[in-house]
Ligand binder design. Structure first.
Ligand SMILES: Cc1cc2nc3c(=O)[nH]c(=O)nc-3n(C[C@H](O)[C@H](O)[C@H](O)COP(=O)(O)OP(=O)(O)OC[C@H]3O[C@@H](n4cnc5c(N)ncnc54)[C@H](O)[C@@H]3O)c2cc1C
Length: 485
């Protein structure tokens, strides 16, 4: 005998959870199937866990400072304690989510709709039938009018390197470490690599080596931004290897040998106690039996869906396992971030209830921290803009995060890109110690509205000395950019 639902959601990360709660709001009977940890990457192995660790590392770094004329005595830190604090934060969020699910379980909730939570791995038997296999191997079948695939993404593997999650880790295994490694090699200097370089370096127990095969770190950012962040990492004792390709990692009883081949022909062996492979992510759709329901993935491996997040017939997809339209290029893109996942899950629930929720797309707006710097971007950098047929021009300006005479101000760099042909605003990147995250959001809104640089330069942005100069840094950048368009 199989249970019958209006909507079956496979995956309980940000996309799946948002979809479940919204469908419940709309009076639907929902089943959510989660194979592992409720909250998915978003809670356990991603935004929440990494940022909690980041905060702890920053607190430690501040406490350990010796340049203020006083110092804390007897400061000690051990990895087990850090790990426990991170897990506590994760568990708190998970209990909150599980409590919501239990409150609306059909056994308790007498209102319209309900949520049934099933722990197990889902796979399609047909478009209306999903098989769930739990940890003990017990199987059951679920029938549903609609299905929502929210199986997220997973860390990309490096060819010929086996991640054992003990000494050779990816971001899913960071919490497996038993102690701070004395030496950590991070392969891949993207956002995740730079964040963990900051975390381990701030705890001051680990010598961090950051390796990227490109000439510059955070290679998707513009050159100026990359250089600025690179200088900051070096200043904080992170050794960076540019243009270095990982050949292999040899595991010795008491250390790892990381062999790097450089563009100029020479090779180096770096000894380390642990290695973190952070070379990006890849959609996670394995084991769903997609071919059985007539679905295929694109070349990169994600499911293609339309503006309503519909893949085909009664099957929808949301979050990191699927693509989105880019608001600047109008083309399909894959930018795995949590807000989009939430929003798409929510939209699917609306759509199965006949609300026609179309998503306009993503601008790739992201912000992260490297030591005391906020680094943010939205839209296109110059190189990307060229690939899409724009005639990009850019300016980079350096100004202050607060009004000139206001105490506590710091330098803020803004780079803005516009299209010479149309005057359209194409993107911005920013680096500074404060005020970067909210400023990038203003530019993101402009991109969603296809504004020109001139339009943006005329926007009425807030001013008060503690928060910014009279001319917000993004306005100054737009004014300068106008001269080139
Ligand atoms: C280190 C790190 C830091 C990050 N920081 C940020 C940040 O600051 N800001 C931001 O916007 N994004 C951040 N992200 C990205 C963000 O975590 C993801 O975009 C988001 O979690 C995607 O949500 P999702 O629901 O699509 O997938 P996921 O969170 O990956 O959830 C998918 C769920 O599906 C489950 N599942 C998979 N297959 C099956 C199956 N067959 N049956 C049942 N269940 C299954 C998985 O167990 C998982 O729980 C970060 C990611 C990482 C790795």
């Amino acid at each position: 005998m199989s249970d019958k639902f209006d909507l079956c959601i496979i995956g309980g990360g940000p996309a799946g959870f948002a979809g479940a709660i919204r469908a419940l709001d709309l009076g639907k009977h929902v089943c959510i199937v989660e194979a592992d940890e409720i909250g998915g990457t978003g809670v356990m192995w991603g935004a929440l866990s990494s940022k909690t660790m980041w905060e702890l590392a920053k607190d430690y770094d501040i406490a350990a400072k010796v340049d203020r004329g006083y110092r804390s005595a007897g400061l000690i830190v051990d990895y087990a304690a850090v790990r426990n604090t991170v897990i506590q934060a994760v568990k708190e969020k998970q209990y909150q989510m599980l409590s919501q699910l239990e409150t609306y379980s059909p056994m308790r909730w007498k209102g319209p709709g309900s949520i049934t939570f099933k722990r197990g791995r889902g796979t399609f038997l047909s478009r209306e039938c999903i098989e769930v296999t739990n940890e003990d191997g017990r199987q059951e079948e679920i029938k549903a009018d609609f299905s929502l695939i929210c199986t997220g993404s997973k860390p990309r593997d490096f060819p010929h390197v086996t991640v054992d999650q003990k000494r050779i880790l990816n971001s899913d295994g960071i919490l497996n470490l038993k102690e701070f490694p004395k030496r950590l090699v991070i392969i891949g200097a993207g956002i995740v690599g730079c964040e963990y370089a900051t975390i381990f370096s701030n705890f001051d127990q680990t010598k961090v080596f950051l390796v990227d095969h490109q000439e510059r770190i955070i290679p998707f950012e513009d050159e100026d931004v990359s250089r600025f962040v690179s200088t900051n990492l070096k200043k904080n004792n992170v050794d960076i290897f540019h243009s270095a390709i990982l050949r292999s990692i040899n595991t010795r009883p008491d250390h790892l040998e990381v062999i790097l081949d450089f563009d100029d022909g020479h090779s180096e062996v770096v000894e380390a106690d642990a290695a973190l492979i952070s070379i990006g992510r890849t959609p996670n759709l394995a084991g769903l039996n997609l071919d059985r329901i007539g679905l295929t993935t694109d070349d990169i491996g994600f499911l293609t869906c339309d503006e309503n997040c519909l893949v085909k017939d009664n099957i929808y997809a949301a979050g990191d396992c699927t693509d989105a339209y880019h608001v600047v290029t109008g083309e399909k893109t894959w930018i795995p971030l949590a807000l989009r996942a939430n929003r798409a899950g929510w939209a699917v629930a609306d759509n199965i209830c006949g609300k026609d929720a179309k998503l306009s797309g993503v601008a790739g707006t992201a912000v992260f921290k490297v030591f005391d710097l906020e680094v943010a971007r939205t839209g296109l950098a110059v190189d990307e803009a060229k690939k899409f047929g724009f005639e990009p021009v850019k300016v980079t300006i350096k100004t202050r995060s607060r009004a000139h005479a206001h105490p506590g101000a710091s330098v803020i760099h803004v780079q803005m890109v516009g299209d010479k042909k149309t005057g359209r605003l194409l993107g911005a990147q920013m680096v500074g110690k404060e005020g970067v995250a909210h400023r990038i959001n203003a530019v993101a809104v402009a991109l969603h509205n296809q504004m020109t640089v001139k339009d943006y330069s005329q926007t009425d942005l807030a001013y008060a000395p503690p928060f910014g100069p009279t001319w917000d840094p993004t306005l100054t950048a737009a004014n300068q950019l106008l001269k080139k368009i």
